[in-house]
Design a binder for this molecule. Structure first.
Ligand code: FAD
Ligand code: NAD
Length: 479
């Protein structure tokens, strides 16, 4: 098989960790014929995360937002090796990574190493719990496809158990209380999708729950969505109020048990009170923290000692304190927010950087060869021709070497907030900004995301899922 062929010794080996926004954006634009490229990721697909909240209620089916990595790699000029494995260790001195095949199907070997000349780390981040007791054991998260599937099952499980014969009133209310912790975009989008599910389908198919089904959003800060403009924050909070989603701001969760969350509420007079909120479903969306493999690497590099949130990189995205190791997306720390937009632009920048590096190397070799020719030439006309050719190549070399540092262009933030409404803070050109909200913005949200989905196949699947839900409603069977 192609990916088992020995690497070409004349080329450098570039190892890419991850198959998310950063890594895939790099792979799409990389001229793979210049390197021996190997990709290592525990999932063999790319996940279109902006539509993940829609999978929790079946508005979108999960396969519609998964793009097989093999499809993306097959279109490259030179073959790329792919290993479905988790990178468990990075050795920046020996220049190797260790990878482990975590799948249930076992072969002869489950762990091995891979040497690299260049390494790009794009492993994303994991959910943070801030070490709050009980979160890890009792909450659902929303980052991967399995998380969305688990939530979808859990919603229906809560409903079926709540309607079980002779269930007590109090227990019924608890089971139908859906609590979302974290008022960032993940929490807000999920709460909106869940309320839509209730209003458009559950109310009709399970009328017994109508009076008790209830979504609450809990946020430690004074308002939700701190990254959006004040106007859009107010619009979201009003929409949630109209939709009967309870927003509990200035409420910081301190402890979680299997049936309740315990939170400290800051009251208007500044005093604090501990409250208990019983729940049936708890979705935890309080942001990111570094993965273990990243934390372990940080411990090996003195320049990373003070960093807490991820790998510190310089303006060329090189991991500080290393050579030939770059980081993109949520595993790195920059002045930008950890978003798909940033990761995509960083990946594309690195592709340009690697393409330029390869071009530089080949130009340098050409100049060296021409210089030898010039030294060996005896006829003055030959010497003159070669010298002018050297001048042309040297000029091109100087141009390619002048690579600018990474610069991010913010195109805006978009979020779905339920009841066919979305919010958008858009930016274009120099300092042009616009905020918009409502149903037209929702249509814009839909068309923007469909246009961003990579393949025509998945674009069609997403549109068909939306049409299916419009015509027949969402599926309420429990998987
Ligand atoms: P990811 O996309 O998370 O990819 C990480 C990759 O690394 C994955 O393939 C993973 O399998 C792999 N990996 C993990 N561990 C290892 C390991 N040990 N070894 C090798 N590979 C590993 N951003 C926006 O800009 N707009 C949005 O609308 C938006 N919506 C979002 C909705 C949700 C529900 C979530 C959770 C996030 C959303 N984001 C959005 C944020 C966005 O998804 C992230 O910023 C983006 O995914 C970061 O890209 P990344 O490549 O760094 O990481
Ligand atoms: P986030 O970091 O944006 O928000 C987490 C929220 O949880 C914060 O507001 C924080 O105050 C709150 N919180 C933390 N601890 C708490 C506690 N104990 N009790 C109550 N509240 C607590 O996290 P996210 O929403 O998962 O987003 C992660 C990243 O992904 C962000 O950069 C975000 O912009 C991006 N994202 C973007 C979109 C979009 O653009 N539509 C959607 C999802 C995620």
């Amino acid at each position: 098989p192609v990916d088992q062929m020995p690497p070409d010794p004349s080329k450098k080996t570039l190892v890419v960790l991850g198959s998310g926004w950063g890594a895939v954006s790099l792979l799409k634009k990389l001229d793979t014929e210049n390197y021996n490229v190997a990709v290592v990721s525990p999932r063999n697909f790319f996940l279109f995360t902006p539509l993940l909240p829609s999978c929790t209620t079946g508005t979108i089916e999960h396969r519609s937002i998964m793009e097989p990595l093999r499809h993306i790699l097959r279109h490259k000029k030179a073959s790329v090796a792919f290993y479905e494995a988790e990178c468990t260790d990075i050795d920046p001195v020996k220049r190797t990574i260790t990878m482990r095949d975590n799948s249930e199907v076992k072969g002869d070997i489950a762990e091995t190493t891979l040497p690299f000349d260049y390494l790009v780390i794009g492993v994303g981040a994991q959910n943070t719990t801030f070490g709050i007791p009980g979160v890890e054991e009792n909450a659902c998260f929303l980052k991967e496809i399995q998380d969305a599937q688990k939530i979808r099952t859990r919603i229906m499980d809560c409903i079926e158990t709540a309607t079980f014969k002779d269930q007590s009133e109090e227990e019924r209310k608890r089971l139908l209380h859906m609590v979302v912790v974290g008022g960032g975009p993940t929490g807000v989008e999920f709460a909106g999708e869940l309320q839509d599910f209730f209003e458009e389908d559950l109310r009709k198919w399970v009328p017994e729950i109508e009076n008790d089904f209830h979504v609450s959003l809990v946020e430690a800060l004074p308002n939700v969505l701190p990254m959006f403009s004040k106007e859009l924050i107010n619009y979201t909070e009003k929409t949630f109020k109209d939709e009967k989603i309870d927003i509990h701001t200035k409420t910081m969760v301190k402890k979680v048990t299997d049936k309740s969350i315990f939170a400290e509420v800051v009251k208007p007079d500044g005093s604090k009170e501990m409250v208990e909120m019983p729940y049936g479903l708890l979705v935890w969306a309080t942001g990111n923290m570094p993965r273990d493999v990243v934390r372990n690497l940080m411990k090996k590099i003195p320049e990373q000692a003070t960093s807490r949130r991820g790998l510190e990189v310089n303006e060329y995205l090189v991991v500080k304190g290393t050579e030939g190791i770059w980081a993109v997306g949520d595993c790195s720390v920059t002045k930008y927010a950890p978003t798909a937009q940033v990761a995509t632009q960083e990946g594309a920048y690195l592709a340009r950087l690697f393409n330029t590096m390869a071009k530089t190397q080949s130009l340098e070799e050409e100049v060296e060869y021409l210089e030898q020719l010039a030294n060996g030439a005896t006829a003055p006309e030959d010497k003159k021709t070669v010298s002018s050719e050297i001048e042309v190549k040297a000029k091109a070399l100087r141009r390619t070497k002048r690579l600018m540092p990474f610069q991010y262009t913010h195109q805006g933030s978009l979020a779905y907030i339920g009841s066919d409404r979305a919010i958008a803070d858009l930016s274009w050109g120099e300092g042009n900004n616009m905020s918009s909200s409502g149903q037209l913005t929702y249509l814009f949200w839909r068309s923007a995301y469909v246009s961003m989905v990579f393949s025509t196949r998945n674009k069609m699947l997403v549109i068909m899922d939306w049409l299916k839900v419009k015509m027949f409603g969402r599926d309420v069977s429990r998987e």
